[in-house]
Structure formats: structure tokens, C-alpha cells
Design a protein around this ligand. Structure first.
Ligand code: 13P
Ligand code: ZN
Length: 273
């Protein structure tokens, strides 16, 4: 038995590989974090060591104090995760105050967790509260169609949500809460972490202009599926624009009908033609 045989490790590795194969992770682009259950942390404990120093996170996430996260290493390539998880990933434990972390497994050739760790942890913190602990996955990808579209569409939650919902009928079912959009900001720090986590209070998806996408979810499958759906919708929308723009499109009435079929409530602000 190796730590990489544990099912949460397998799920993480598969998702990292799938994302790389989608073309979302050029070089070290993108990162993935997963909050372990108590049982998973116990199963992984024999492989952990507790001799590394505590490091400041740069933000405070007191509701996640003591939690363990499986995270991408900074500068590591997601396509290499399946070849050497122990060199490209780490498990980081937070201190009780949720202000510091220490690496307890992985990064065997050295390194630190992703530079977007503050954003990941603040998103985890918000989602922990709003989902009652159900959400465990935060995923950042350099999704090409989304990035291209941030050069073309107004950087506004309503404009983006309507554009993506209207690109493909089931989008409103996959992300009924819509998507949030941030203007360009310096990545990797506390400011963008705070702004992204503000969006995560309402949305499962946050778009970073000229950079990429953050998606959150309960499992690897739902989070990957959400990223895939958003990126595919953005790609379809770009094709519509490239073809000269829509001659006809879905209406508010259509969205209301879809919501009724699936028993969903769509936020009022997205239901104006
Ligand atoms: P890291 O290599 O530090 O994870 O950074 C990649 C990235 O996508 C930054 O936004
Ligand atoms: Zn990035």
C-alpha cells in the first residue's frame, strides 16, 4: 500500500491529468486543492512527517484550523503529477488559528504549495461555511476560451452569466447561481484571494480577466465537470461571435422553463432580457 493508492489521491491525480489533457495547464499554469476528510487524513497519517516549519499563509481562515489539504506545488506542471505525485504535490496542514501551514507530505525535491494557496484557502473557507462543509475542491485553470472572451465581453457578472447560459441549454442547470467576474488583478496574493472569495459567497465559478477560471465543488467530478462546462460554453460563445453574432438566442422565458423542469431557482438579476 502506498499513499498514492488512497482514493482521494487517485481522484486528484486523474483530475490533474484530465485538466492537462484538456489544454488548460500550459507549463505550471493552474492548480488544484482538496480538503481531506478526517478519515482520509487518518489513512494518510502514516506517510506524514511533522518536522517542517510553519509558514504564514498571508490570509486567515480560522474555520479551517487544523485541516489537511492536498495541493499542487508552486511552479509544478499538472501534466507531471501522475508521473511523480510525491514531487509535484503536497499535503499541507493548517494550524489551529488558520493563519499558517506546514508541509507534512510530498514536495520531496523541495518547493512550496501553489502561489494561489491564499486564494484556494479563502475560497475553501467561504465554501465551507456556505455549504456546511460539503465542498472540498477548489480548481484553478487557464481555460483558453474563457480567457479570450474576457477580452471581448464586458467584465460583468450578468453579461457573462447570460452569455454562458445562452451558449448551451444545460449551463443554467450546471451553474444555476451564475458566474462572477473579476477585473485584472495581480495574481498570487491576498488581494485577489479576498476578491475571489467574495464572489464565491454567491457563485461556484469566478473568472479572472486575462488569466483563467476558479471553480469550486463537492467532488473532483463535479468540479472538473463545472470547469469543463464553463469553458465549453465560452468556446461556443466565441464561435457565435466569430460567425457574426447570434441571429437568435435563448430567452429569459426559456431559462425559467428549464429551471422549473429541474426544480431550480435562478437569481432574479439574471432573468431580464
Ligand atoms: P503556481 O505554479 O504557483 O501554482 O502558479 C500557477 C498559476 O496559475 C498562477 O495563477
Ligand atoms: Zn493562474
Amino acid at each position: 500500500m502506498r499513499i498514492t493508492d488512497l482514493s482521494f489521491m487517485q481522484g486528484y491525480i486523474r483530475m490533474a491529468t484530465d485538466g492537462a489533457n484538456m489544454g488548460w495547464h500550459e507549463r505550471n499554469g493552474g492548480n488544484l486543492t482538496y480538503r481531506l476528510t478526517a478519515e482520509e487524513a487518518e489513512a494518510a497519517a502514516p506517510y506524514m512527517t511533522f518536522d517542517k516549519p510553519w509558514e504564514d499563509i498571508g490570509v486567515a481562515v480560522p474555520n479551517l484550523g487544523g485541516a489537511f489539504f492536498l495541493a499542487t506545488g508552486s511552479g509544478k506542471f499538472l501534466r507531471n503529477v501522475c508521473l511523480a505525485p510525491q514531487d509535484n504535490l503536497c499535503i499541507a496542514q493548517l494550524n489551529e488559528a488558520g493563519t499558517q501551514y506546514r508541509v507534512v507530505w510530498g514536495l520531496e525535491q523541495g518547493g512550496r504549495p501553489t502561489s494561489e494557496f491564499p486564494s484556494h484557502l479563502m475560497n475553501h473557507s467561504v465554501k465551507f461555511d456556505v455549504t456546511g462543509g460539503k465542498y472540498r475542491v477548489i480548481y484553478h485553470a487557464h481555460t483558453p476560451a474563457v480567457i479570450a472572451l474576457t477580452n471581448v465581453l464586458e467584465l460583468d457578472d450578468i453579461v457573462w452569466t447570460r452569455a454562458l447560459w445562452s451558449a448551451m441549454t444545460e449551463c443554467a442547470v450546471v451553474f444555476p447561481g451564475g458566474v462572477g467576474v473579476l477585473p485584472w488583478m495581480v495574481c498570487g496574493g491576498a488581494e485577489i484571494a479576498k476578491a475571489t472569495s467574495e464572489l464565491m459567497k454567491q457563485y461556484d465559478v469566478a473568472i479572472w480577466a486575462f488569466h483563467g477560471t476558479f471553480a469550486s465543488g463537492e467532488s473532483f467530478d463535479t468540479t472538473f465537470g463545472l470547469m469543463h462546462c464553463v469553458e465549453k460554453a465560452a468556446d461556443i460563445y466565441l464561435r457565435i461571435l466569430s460567425a457574426g453574432g447570434a441571429k437568435q438566442t435563448m430567452t429569459t422565458e426559456n431559462f425559467v422553463a428549464i429551471a422549473a423542469l429541474f426544480g431550480l431557482t435562478l437569481p432574479e438579476k439574471f432573468l431580464k432580457d
